[in-house]
Design a protein around this ligand. Structure first.
Ligand code: TYM
Length: 358
């Protein structure tokens, strides 16, 4: 019984307004993982059309923008794989199979579906409902073992594990007859399965970056207020203005983490500072305990401009040459397809489809 190979996979939707939450909660954390794992980072364009139709020219620009952000942040597309999802048909193919594994009840409980569909669920696309099956397919078509994401994706990753586990159970005899099982640990128990039970990598001080206008709401691409988020392409003036106008409370910063409880806006700015400076909230508080926002905000502006400015400049440079970005995506897609197609052959054989290994 061989042991499953460790691999990292994560994805970002190209829906525009790539923001500080996407960067601190995900992209920045993708970078160091390259030292320890084989990594696959994907621009999930099939997911981008689930909520509403996208303007075709804007969608293409947004795909290139997310790719540029990956590269500008320090992801190496030679050593690892960077590509857009729609170039590898296996994602959609495995998603169909997972639609037949996942239960209606499981998908109906997804909070993201409930939030995005709103009150009128009859009008939501079928794709929005089935979104988590496609996400499970993204991960499992590479049998990825680790997935770095922000906290809002936790429920989707639990569902990915449920799908993997049900597939492994439903086909357990067939998987072992074909010799396709791999060893893995489930809790303290060693079991065999075809798909790994993926481990979410969620953490750090910016696992959930909140709106700059309302510390109770997540920073998001779709918030109608531009002041609610810093986008990766903001210039220094825009960053300074948004931080200056960020909602706060009248108290100075506390000495300890407990002092941030019930102060969501202060907690959010301290978390952003900590993530940008590669430290934790407690260290930020030890430096700024007792400081008023009149002191802390300018320090945060300086830090944000210093860290985001060079990435934005590099993104602009890369985006000026779309052909170069498209070449990176094409190369990544070819290498991704090689892994994905082998997994799909196994899966089809496990299920009993004729011609799988032809
Ligand atoms: P998406 O495109 O909404 O967000 C991309 C990544 O950014 C994280 N994120 C945040 N982190 C901290 N604070 C925030 N305010 C914040 N907003 C977003 C998200 O958690 C995510 O890591 N379903 C996914 C995309 C996806 C995917 C996958 C991810 C598709 N297939 C497979 C991992 C593996 C999504 O909509 O992310």
């Amino acid at each position: 019984m061989s042991k499953i190979q460790e691999r990292v996979f994560s994805g970002i939707q190209p829906t525009g307004n790539l923001h500080l939450g996407n960067y601190l909660g995900a992209i920045k954390r993708f970078v160091p993982l390259q030292n320890d794992y084989d990594c696959i980072y994907c621009v999930v364009d099939l997911h981008a059309i689930t909520a509403s139709m996208q303007n075709p020219a804007e969608l293409a620009d947004n795909i290139r923008e997310v790719t540029a952000a990956f590269l500008a942040a320090g992801i190496d597309p030679q050593k690892h794989i960077v590509f857009n999802q729609s170039q590898v048909a296996e994602h959609a193919e495995l998603a169909w199979i997972f639609n037949c594994v996942a239960r209606m009840g499981w998908l109906s409980r997804m909070t993201q579906f409930k939030d995005k569909a709103g009150k009128d669920r009859e009008k939501a696309s079928v794709g929005l409902f089935a979104y988590p099956s496609l996400m499970a397919a993204d991960i499992l078509t590479y049998r990825a073992t680790h997935v770095p994401v922000g906290e809002d994706q936790k429920q989707h990753l639990e569902l990915t594990r449920d799908i993997a586990q049900k597939f492994n159970n439903d086909y357990s005899e067939r998987i072992s007859d074909l010799g396709l099982g791999e060893a893995m640990m489930v809790g303290d128990e060693k079991v065999q399965g075809y798909f790994p039970l993926t481990e979410p990598l969620i953490g750090g001080p910016a696992a959930r970056v909140m709106s700059l206008r309302d510390g109770a709401k997540k920073m998001s691409k779709s918030d109608p207020s531009d002041l609610s988020r810093i986008v990766m392409t903001d210039n220094s003036d825009a960053i300074a203005k948004k931080i200056r106008k960020a909602k706060t409370d009248p108290n100075p910063l506390p000495e300890t983490l407990e002092g941030l409880v019930d102060r969501p806006d202060a907690d959010n700015l301290v978390g952003i500072y900590a993530a940008l400076s590669d430290t934790d909230k407690a260290s930020v508080l030890s430096e700024y305990a007792g400081a008023q926002f009149g002191t802390f905000k300018p320090a945060l502006v300086e830090l944000a401009v210093e860290k985001i400015g060079p990435i934005a400049a590099e993104m602009r440079r890369l985006q000026a040459d779309p052909a170069e970005i498209d070449a990176v995506l094409a190369n990544g897609a070819d290498r991704a397809r090689e892994i994905a197609s082998r997994v799909l052959v196994d899966v089809k054989e496990i299920i009993g489809f004729v011609g799988a290994r032809r």
